[in-house]
Design a protein around this ligand. Structure first.
Ligand SMILES: Cc1ncc(COP(=O)(O)O)c(C=O)c1O
Length: 509
């Protein structure tokens, strides 16, 4: 542990009062401003010329060492720290700004959203509550989302980190509504009811995690089988609910998915809404990336029924292209939402005027008290680009998925592993040792800097998964992915290194 420097009391001016120069503000604003402009130029250059860079590159050992440094007790020049950023951080980023990034389901961000994030940091607003413009911007987005998804005027909404958190919030509200809000004080152990929830086997892992975090246990989430298009089998759902009721359980929630993480399937949300209504279940929709498909006429009809949900979780940072992070939860009954999280603390007293006015506040709708201004980068993104352009970029990613599907179909060395329904294509290079070969192809592709897909398993088979989410991706990126996959596949099929420990780790993960 480095020693703090000694003998530095609070600096004071000649009157003996603490001096203004002791603040952390720049001593020399003009040079700070010039440095700030250089930083802005560098990051705009990065965005403008992103295609000239590798999609991703591994961080060399000596660069990684830079992040094992001593605590920075003494100050550094801003320009020096920026220089380190340019050398050691920027080149080794995630890569999802790059159009060749098709791994997982990552949005590409956008330049206007980035600038908004800088403005938000300047305001340093805390959106936990109180009466200020930041909270009004968030309320504006709640209202826009309420209209977009056809929720009633009673609805509430909240920005959160991502859909994992949004799913957790939805499950908590549903749990409290089922057990009574006294569960917040008494805990789930005090209840005699054994709650069960339902989602398809294709649901995201954040749902069992949400049940775990709610104290119900992940086993309480029953996994309903899917059909060949990965849509939840509704007849099986009904049978499972009946059987649980007979066994003394209390079914309380069903979660549909709009855009499954593996292949982009959309559950029959209308059908689910009917069952939820009949069985008196809370209907949640995990629409992490698929929900914003409502912005394109091609996908919107497939989301019919979403307007009947009790809660909806989705991310602006995926198909919405808002810079990370910008998750969102929309809840049909805002009063239930508030009752699940509001608490009384003397230091958070509400008033009828002044800064503490205009209750309820965002902190009454979720676990966070201090909250950043995620709403601003979302507000800028929606206003600067407009919903039509965002919808067009979503439609384009789906067209590119169909183009990739076609290229796979035309290439005898490649095979499609799942039907293409939105923007995700699961395929692989045909080979006798296909799991090993394709795992290796994906790692090699990522390290080549040409493309960055990820992997998943479809019916047990390892698939190359291209989730085309970035608004910058075009058909030349898809061609580059296919061509590089073929070149690597041909080279690898002949000589798979079965002793490769990295590959073994992936295969046994
Ligand atoms: C269907 C689905 N649900 C939930 C999540 C989790 O979202 P986040 O990573 O924003 O927490 C994802 C992430 O890809 C997803 O695809």
């Amino acid at each position: 542990m480095p020693q703090r420097s000694q003998g530095q009391g609070v600096p004071s001016d000649h009157t003996g009062s603490p001096s203004a120069s002791a603040s952390l503000d720049p001593q020399d604003w003009p040079s700070f401003r010039a440095q700030g402009h250089r930083m802005l130029d560098d990051i705009l250059d990065y965005l403008e010329h992103i295609r000239e860079r590798p999609v991703w590159q591994p961080m060399p050992g000596d660069v990684r060492e830079q992040f094992r440094a001593e605590l920075p007790v003494a100050p550094s020049e801003l320009s020096a720290v920026h220089h380190q950023f340019m050398r050691h951080i920027l080149p080794y980023s995630n890569g999802n700004v790059h159009p060749g990034f098709v791994g997982w389901v990552h949005g590409g961000g956008n330049a206007a959203g980035m600038l908004a994030e800088m403005l938000a940091a300047g305001l340093n607003a805390n959106l936990g509550g109180r009466d200020h413009s930041g909270v009004e911007v968030e309320r504006q987005i709640v209202e826009w989302m309420r209209q977009l998804f056809g929720f009633p005027k009673t609805a509430s909404g909240l920005f959160v980190t991502g859909t994992s958190m949004a799913n957790l919030i939805a499950v908590l509200i549903a749990r409290d509504a089922a057990l009574g809000f006294d569960v917040r004080r008494a805990g789930v152990a005090a209840s005699t009811k054994r709650l069960t929830a339902y989602a398809s086997v294709a649901a995201h892992e954040s749902l069992p995690k949400a049940l775990d975090c709610c104290g119900l246990g992940s086993d309480a989430l029953r996994l309903v089988p899917v059909d060949h298009r990965h849509q939840m089998n509704l007849a099986a759902l009904k049978r499972m609910i009946e059987s649980d009721r007979r066994a003394g359980f209390t079914p309380f929630l069903v979660a549909g998915t709009a855009g499954t993480v593996d292949i982009g399937a959309i559950d029959d949300l209308d059908g689910l809404a009917a069952i939820a209504h009949q069985e008196r279940l809370w209907m949640h929709v995990d629409g992490a990336y698929g929900a914003l498909g409502i912005l394109t006429p091609e996908i919107a009809p497939r989301l019919a029924g979403i307007e009947g949900a009790d809660s909806l979780a989705f991310d602006f940072h995926k198909w919405g292209q808002v810079p990370y992070d910008a998750g969102f939860v929309l809840v049909r009954d805002g009063e239930l939402h508030r009752k699940a999280f509001a608490s009384a603390a003397a230091y958070l007293a509400r008033e009828t005027r002044g800064l503490a006015a205009r209750s309820p506040w965002p902190c009454d709708f979720g676990p966070d008290l201090s909250r950043g201004f995620r709403a601003l980068k979302t507000w800028f993104t929606l206003k600067v680009h407009g919903l039509d352009a965002l919808g067009d970029s979503i439609a384009r990613t789906c067209q590119l998925a169909r183009y990739l599907e076609q290229r796979v179909a035309e290439t005898s060395e490649l095979e499609l592993l799942a039907p293409v329904q939105l923007n995700i294509v699961c395929f692989r290079y045909c080979s006798v040792d296909a799991d090993r070969v394709n795992a290796r192809i994906v790692m090699d592709l990522q390290e080549s800097g040409v493309a960055a897909p990820s992997t998943t398993r479809i019916n047990g088979a390892l698939a190359i998964r291209a989730a085309i989410t970035n608004h910058r991706t075009n058909s030349s990126d898809i061609d580059a992915l296919v061509d590089a996959t073929l070149a690597l596949g041909r080279a690898l099929a002949a000589q798979v290194d079965v002793e490769d420990p990295q590959l073994e780790a992936v295969l046994h993960d």
